[in-house]
Write a protein that binds this ligand. Structure first.
Ligand SMILES: *Cc1c(COP(=O)(O)O)cnc(C)c1O
Length: 497
């Protein structure tokens, strides 16, 4: 029996992988989930001899069951090529007793490249398979990194358009410039006057707008999503956990079967959910440490069982994690109810109407592999400085949250299991905050963004990534801005309808 997908809210089932990718979100507003999480069917001995691309095939073939071997291998080879600045694609660095899994070697220097390099290929194959004749319109909300990575992936891909919404004052200057200099006739970027949650909720509302959908279909368009609510984003993210474990085995850092912990800097709960999928596939992962910044809604959730988004939204030095509604948590909630769509839908309705929900003790027990931690901006900066001073290793502000949370986790639990810390962005994407952390805020006075980039390079002896050099002089091509209430109108204008 081929693996199929169903909605976390119970309204759709028996959906093929390709249809789930094409659709992005289920019609009932739920997220697509495989009916079961498949087990790896090759040994770790075999895996430890595989390249990243080969590992990707072993993982993805199990989830994307209606793709042929040829289709999948072609998507993989187009995605994980010289766009990455290292042949390893996702290298590990052993620093200060932990392993940093560097996921920022792709073209937009954040971990979103890991999945968004392949999603456009999965999507075009899916469209062909399902004889979709409409132009695919990718609507995406971004907290800064998804937008650029998605546009880079979809730019000039025939049969697609992409529209990205980002929070006007909620991204770093480099992130904003990366997006607003994006080339490609089919790309659009819109700054919204609101925060990331406004952008994400607005996009989800457009997906749920039946009248809009019908109008789009009649004009030859079909909506899809490049956010991590799309299963085509989530599955490629499972790969690097399997790959990392296999590399550690190959390098004799681990014994056969030895359990590791993973620490993941978390916002929308996509990356850490992928780690959980990897565990369910058979990877020996003990604890999944969910690291939050001061928007610590997930920390509170894992410590109390209550998810409560009713709180102040804080703009931090790790903007890609400034999120109060973590979309992918819905997938874990769903699993923890025993895949009860109605029960999950009730929690999500409570969240939408009341702003909070409390899960049952049994559901909490189900999630006991997870533990939450958070770091303040001060602790984050101290972690970045400490690792740089002690080991000469430079991390960004998101990875800094994970490093600070890991330190605290270790000290408070005494758990000394070997640990993979997921490193999600190049420090150059957040050069101002990173420079401030290692050299002090006085170093920033009177310096513009690119002077700070140069300072950071000089101060740390690290090279400026090509992705940053590129935008130094690139012309700004996108100037659109809109209110949250005007997102529908903006989409229609952009599509000329
Ligand atoms: C998106 C992002 C995160 C958060 O990942 P989620 O999958 O949303 O939890 C962390 N760090 C960086 C740099 C990101 O771009």
């Amino acid at each position: 029996m081929r693996l199929t997908y169903q909605s976390t809210r119970g309204g759709e089932s028996g959906v093929t992988a390709s249809m789930a990718i094409l659709q992005g979100l289920a019609k009932d507003g739920g997220l697509f989930m495989p009916v079961e999480i498949p087990k790896l069917d090759v040994s770790f001995e075999t895996l430890s001899g595989l390249t990243y691309q080969e590992t990707a095939y072993e993982v993805m073939k199990l989830f994307f069951a209606d793709f042929t071997e040829e289709e999948l291998k072609s998507c993989i080879s187009k995605a994980y090529d010289s766009k990455f600045d290292t042949g390893e694609i996702a290298p590990l660095a052993k620093v200060d007793g932990a392993y940093y899994l560097e996921l920022y070697h792709g073209s937009t220097i954040a971990f979103k490249d890991m999945a968004l390099s392949i999603l456009p290929h999965l999507m075009t194959v899916s469209a062909k398979k399902n004889k979709a004749d409409k132009e695919i319109v990718i609507l995406t909300a971004t907290s800064g990194d998804t937008g650029k990575a998605a546009m880079a992936g979809f730019a000039d891909v025939p049969g697609t358009r992409i529209i990205v919404f980002y929070p006007k004052d909620g991204v770093s200057r480099i992130q904003e410039l990366q997006m607003r200099t994006q080339k490609g006739d089919n790309t659009s970027v819109v700054a919204i006057r609101g925060n990331f949650d406004d952008a994400q909720t607005g996009v989800k509302r457009l997906f749920g707008n039946q009248a809009l959908k019908e109008e789009l279909v009649s004009k030859g368009f079909q909506l899809s999503s490049a956010n991590s609510i799309n299963i085509g984003r989530l599955v490629p993210q499972v790969v690097y956990y399997v790959y990392a474990y296999a590399r550690l085995l190959a390098n004799q850092e681990l014994e056969q079967g030895e359990e590791i912990n993973v620490v993941v800097p978390t916002g929308n709960f996509g990356n850490i959910l992928a780690a959980y999928f990897a565990k369910k596939m058979g990877l020996p992962i003990k604890t999944l440490v969910c690291a939050s910044n001061e928007n610590k809604v997930l920390y509170d959730f894992f410590t109390t069982g209550t998810y409560d988004k009713r709180r102040e939204f804080i703009l931090t030095s790790s903007p890609s994690m400034d999120i109060l509604i973590s979309s992918n948590l819905e997938r874990l909630i769903y699993l923890s109810t025993g895949c009860d769509g109605a029960a999950n839908a009730a929690f999500m309705q409570e969240l939408a109407e009341k702003g909070s929900y409390t899960i049952t003790p049994a559901m909490r027990e189900f999630m006991s592999d997870f533990t939450g931690g958070f770091a303040t901006q001060k602790e984050n900066a101290a972690a970045i400085k400490n690792i740089f001073d002690r080991a000469g290793y430079l991390i960004d502000t998101h990875t800094g949250v994970a490093a600070a949370v890991y330190k605290h986790y270790r000290a408070s639990t005494g758990d000394t299991a070997k640990t993979v810390i997921v490193s999600t962005a190049s420090p150059y994407k957040f050069s101002g905050s990173v420079m401030e952390a290692i050299a002090g805020s006085e170093e920033l006075v009177g310096r513009d963004e690119f002077q700070i980039v140069d300072d950071l390079s000089r101060f740390t002896g690290t090279a400026i990534p090509a992705a940053v050099e590129e935008i130094r002089s690139a012309p700004v091509l996108h100037n659109l801005e809109c209110d949250v209430e005007k997102m529908e109108e903006t989409v229609k204008n952009l599509l000329g309808i």
